[in-house]
Ligand binder design. Structure first.
Ligand SMILES: Cc1cc2nc3c(=O)[nH]c(=O)nc-3n(C[C@H](O)[C@H](O)[C@H](O)COP(=O)(O)OP(=O)(O)OC[C@H]3O[C@@H](n4cnc5c(N)ncnc54)[C@H](O)[C@@H]3O)c2cc1C
Length: 455
């Protein structure tokens, strides 16, 4: 694996090898992720003084960075505090798929209007990733290359999905073997859903791009400034890091799973945590680039989604999967699975040199134990304190969207008008069950089914 960027972005010192616990917790240092550039951008300074602001946002992932950027667009005086640097969490570790549709409508039953406003907003702003990159000149390898859900046989579910999203004006259709073969370079898949919308993005660069754009509009951003306390002070809140604090009327917590945070610890129990691993190959030989996925779509296998893959702007294959229990540190195991999948799917590339460049893990925080129903949550934590979190595996579009929507609601001083229902934080039951179900049962079964072409 490459060694070039195993340096701490702030201190420039080399980083030691992470242990099994770091991989299992999804927090190996971000420089192990395949997305950051080998030359990190200038880091944001740490908070070393006592400040005042209208709003403090805690956590600079896709959600917090989008929120800060959109608050800045409205001219709201905002401080963004991040424990590492922007993109340090799941946002700098994901698979880079830009999915501009909703995975399920079931969670919308909890919305007062059945989700009508939510759907309209998501449909209208479904290109937010590409629009923000265009508007702010964010160079994040964001390409609207389309997506394919590739299946081995005809699927009424994919047909239903095509009809549903066509009715919302999406450019999506079911496709048969021949066009699929042209797009993907394999005849393993006989049926699929071709979305001419969506595509890929480097989520680390995108998150950093939003944060940088917010800073240019006046947001004060501090990195290496983990929040350790959030205390009431009169009508406002004092948000403390190790060496400074910010006094503000409103606080928004965007820390994803909230693990290890001492303030508002109840938020830690609102989700089902699930570790995922990602890997990137070295730039591929031309012979592989000519055969694998010539249309350069974001590819997901239906129904398993075992090896979602993109070929990025550096001609690397990037994928993500869920590691087996206690095996999250085993880079070679998951690279071998991936290689075997590639060889089965594209037999012509057997013998070509495909090498692992980066392997990393990240933590997803899921608000539902049903994978497709993991919508984000907006919690009413205390008077003046909100939490926007638990984005599951759908953060690349949902994070920026919900950040934009919440910024508008905060600006209007009406968080209750946000598209997500304002809820009290509630502990989920049996938080380990989801992980057990997926890591011990569903993924091993899916690997066997894929290996023997059973689905
Ligand atoms: C391997 C993997 C693959 C994925 N693939 C996809 C995909 O292809 N498409 C997609 O849409 N989504 C995908 N996801 C999901 C997506 O990455 C997440 O939904 C999204 O990143 C969540 O964004 P966030 O801003 O809520 O959280 P995060 O990105 O985790 O941000 C939270 C931030 O809060 C900071 N923080 C925590 N505590 C503190 C504190 N006390 N003080 C200050 N800061 C703090 C953290 O350092 C972190 O930067 C994937 C996730 C993983 C792990």
């Amino acid at each position: 694996m490459r060694r070039i960027n195993r340096l701490n972005a702030t201190t420039g010192q080399s980083i030691g090898t992470p242990g099994q616990a770091d991989y299992e917790a999804g927090n190996v240092p971000i420089c192990f992720s395949g997305w950051p550039l080998s030359q990190p951008a200038k880091p944001f300074p740490s908070l070393e003084s006592d400040l005042e602001a209208d709003v403090v946002v805690i956590g600079a992932g896709l959600a917090g960075s989008s929120l800060a950027l959109h608050l800045a667009e409205y001219g709201v005086d905002t401080v963004l505090l991040e424990a590492g640097q922007p993109g340090n969490g799941a946002s700098g570790r994901n698979a880079g798929h830009v999915q501009p549709y909703l995975p399920s409508f079931a969670p919308l039953k909890a919305h007062a209007d059945g989700g009508r406003r939510f759907i309209d907003f998501c449909v209208e702003n479904r290109n937010i990733v590409f629009e923000l990159c265009g508007k702010y000149g964010i160079e994040a390898d964001a390409v609207r290359s389309g997506m394919v859900d590739a299946a081995r046989k005809r699927s009424p579910e994919l047909e239903r999905k095509a009809r549903l999203w066509q009715s919302y004006g999406y450019d999506v259709e079911t496709v048969a073997s021949q066009p699929l073969k042209q797009m993907l370079g394999t005849d393993c898949y006989r049926y699929g859903l071709h979305w001419r919308e969506g595509g890929r993005v480097n989520p680390y660069l995108f998150t950093n791009g939003m944060a940088t754009a917010a800073a240019a509009l006046g947001t004060r951003i501090y990195g290496d400034s983990a929040v350790v306390a959030c205390e009431r002070e009169g009508q406002r809140w004092r948000v403390r890091s190790a060496h400074g604090s910010v006094l503000a009327r409103r606080v928004v917590i965007c820390t994803n799973g909230h693990a290890g945070n001492p303030f508002f610890a109840d938020l830690q129990r609102t989700q089902y945590p699930l570790v995922a691993c990602g890997l990137a190959t070295r730039p591929l030989p031309q012979a592989v680039l000519d055969i694998v996925n010539p249309a350069r779509v974001a590819l997901a296998q239906y129904p398993s989604g075992l090896y979602p893959l993109v070929i990025d702007g550096r001609n690397r294959l990037v994928t993500a999967t869920i590691p087996g229990p206690g095996r999250a540190q085993q880079a070679s195991t998951y690279f071998d699975y991936f290689l075997r999948y590639l060889h089965r799917t594209f037999p012509e590339i057997r013998g070509e040199r495909i090498e692992l460049e980066s392997y990393w893990t990240g933590m997803t925080a899921n608000a539902s134990s049903v994978y497709d129903e993991c919508y984000p949550k907006l919690y009413d934590v205390a008077d003046g304190v909100l939490a926007l979190m638990n984005f599951g595996s759908w953060g690349n579009v949902m994070g920026p969207l919900m950040g934009m929507n919440l910024a508008q609601a905060i600006c209007d001083d009406r968080p209750q008008d946000c598209l997500l229902p304002l809820e009290k934080a509630k502990a989920v039951r049996f938080p380990g069950l989801f992980e057990t179900k997926i890591r011990r049962v569903l993924i091993p079964m899916a690997r066997i089914a894929d290996r023997f072409s059973l689905v």
